[in-house]
Design a protein around this ligand. Structure first.
Ligand SMILES: Nc1nc2c(c(=O)[nH]1)N[C@H]1C(S)=C(S)[C@@H](COP(=O)(O)OP(=O)(O)OC[C@H]3O[C@@H](n4cnc5c(N)ncnc54)[C@H](O)[C@@H]3O)O[C@H]1N2
Ligand code: MOO
Length: 401
């Protein structure tokens, strides 16, 4: 039997970051930048007004009050998009709109609310210091500044930032394309009727969704029968569209454990008992250079295996650190038991009230998907722990929410 850490080390030693791809900005949403993006010009590129109002020389209005306003002739109108060649001299003002370039000679902007809004002449009722409501060139981003670094996932703010520095395309690590395959003669498509002995197929739906949650593109492949030639042919057919393949089922000790049968000795695929519960029977290797993860068929085992082994690999393929899901320390609400020598992942409910508390689900069988779907966390108990009393601090992996 190998440990969880040994199995993960083998996996991470075999997967590499996907080669960068040049994508149009919106196509790059959710991908990870492969190179830093920097600003070719400062932002804002020019000094401009933060308010709709009047550009003035601050000294001209130093004595302005409600009772004794300063009157200034309005010599022009400057709107956003103007070329910025306008200028004023002391004693004059120009009407200016938010985002419009500050005219040469002006050193303050007076919002229209501090004036009578005049067109030819304006009465200003309050003084303002130099710099008032002026947005200076470069005060957002300096010329040459890196605004998004390699390794950053492109969410809405980063996409906005990259557009704001004038870039329409970016070099990114594409989302890994993961083909998810279920095997089992007993499996039927949801929506179709069940004959005796059959169940509705759920693993491939769950894991295709988990791939998306981990930043990949999931391709759900229809279930194949437990027939060795068909399984191998289907897996080989999938290689053209897969950066990795994830299978569930057919990897333990049964007479029809077809995934194990056809992949043993194929490529570099190896099968191991891993010291964890759930998720003991695992397979991993490269099939014509493509990573393949053969996860156990019990639904909870498949899910936990995905989070523990496949997710970190997906991170690495995106050029990210192979992080586990976020972990927090929580206080156990009740006593728990754990099998000796195995890392135990218990489904639980994590709640926050000044600190985190976690309650293990009542049932923990690896076929009991109900307790996974109502869990929001996995309690991770180390191999050397056999019991933990209520009140102990435990490591808890938060499930994607
Ligand atoms: N003699 C032994 N038997 C088993 C062992 C063992 O060590 N010795 N290990 C057990 C453990 S632990 C697990 S986990 C399972 C893994 O079995 P397989 O990976 O071979 O999976 P299957 O036998 O195909 O299925 C197991 C179980 O899960 C259901 N299943 C499978 N695929 C799906 C799916 N896509 N959607 C929903 N449910 C699925 C399947 O019907 C079975 O009930 O082996 C134990 N046995
Ligand atoms: O290890 Mo199996 O994956 O628990 O049910």
């Amino acid at each position: 039997m190998r440990s969880v850490d040994q199995h993960l080390t083998e996996i991470l030693g075999s997967v590499t970051a996907l080669p960068p791809l040049d994508l149009a900005l919106l196509e790059a949403q959710g991908t990870v930048l492969a190179e830093p993006v920097s600003a070719p010009v400062p932002l804002p590129p020019f000094d401009n007004s933060a308010m709709d109002g009047y550009a003035v020389v601050a000294a001209d209005i130093a004595a302005a009050t409600e009772l004794d306003p300063v009157r200034l002739p309005v010599v022009g109108d400057i709107v956003a998009g103007d070329s910025g060649v306008a200028a004023i001299r002391p004693g004059l003002t120009a009407r200016i709109m938010t985002g419009a370039p500050l005219p040469a000679g002006a050193d303050a902007v007076i919002p229209v609310e501090w004036t009578d809004g005049g067109n030819a002449t304006v009465r200003i009722t309050r003084p303002a210091p130099p710099g008032n409501y002026i947005r200076r060139s470069g005060e957002d981003v300096r010329e040459g500044q890196v605004v998004a670094d390699a390794g950053m996932r492109l969410n809405a703010p980063q996409i906005g930032m990259i557009a704001a520095v004038g870039r329409s395309r970016v070099s990114v690590r594409p989302k890994p394309r993961i083909v998810v395959v279920s095997t089992g003669d007993e499996l039927r498509e949801p929506g179709s009727p069940l004959a005796p002995g059959e169940i509705w197929e759920s693993n491939s739906f769950m894991l295709t969704a988990a791939v998306v949650e981990a930043g990949g593109v999931g391709y759900r492949q229809a279930t194949v029968q437990d027939e060795p030639a068909k399984v191998l042919e289907m897996l080989q057919d999938q290689l053209v569209r897969a950066d990795a393949i994830v299978t569930t089922g057919g990897v333990s000790m049964g007479t029809r454990d077809v995934v194990k049968e056809v992949l043993t000795g194929t490529g570099t695929v190896g099968f191991h008992k891993v010291g964890m519960r759930p998720g003991k029977p695992q397979g991993f290797g490269l099939l014509e250079g493509t990573p393949i993860f053969t996860l156990p068929g019990n639904p909870v085992s498949a899910y936990v295996s995905f989070q523990v082994f496949v997710r970190p690999a997906l991170m690495a393929m995106q050029g990210l650190a192979p992080e586990p899901l976020p972990m927090v320390s929580a206080v156990l609400a009740e006593d728990v038991k754990s099998p000796a020598g195995l890392r135990h992942f218990l489904r639980g409910r994590l709640s926050f009230n000044q600190g985190y508390t976690v309650t293990a689900a009542d049932v923990q069988g690896s076929h009991q998907l109900g307790s996974l779907s109502s869990a929001n966390a996995l309690i991770e108990l180390p191999e050397d722990v056999e019991a933990m009393p209520a009140g102990s601090h435990v490591k808890v992996m938060r499930l994607p929410s």
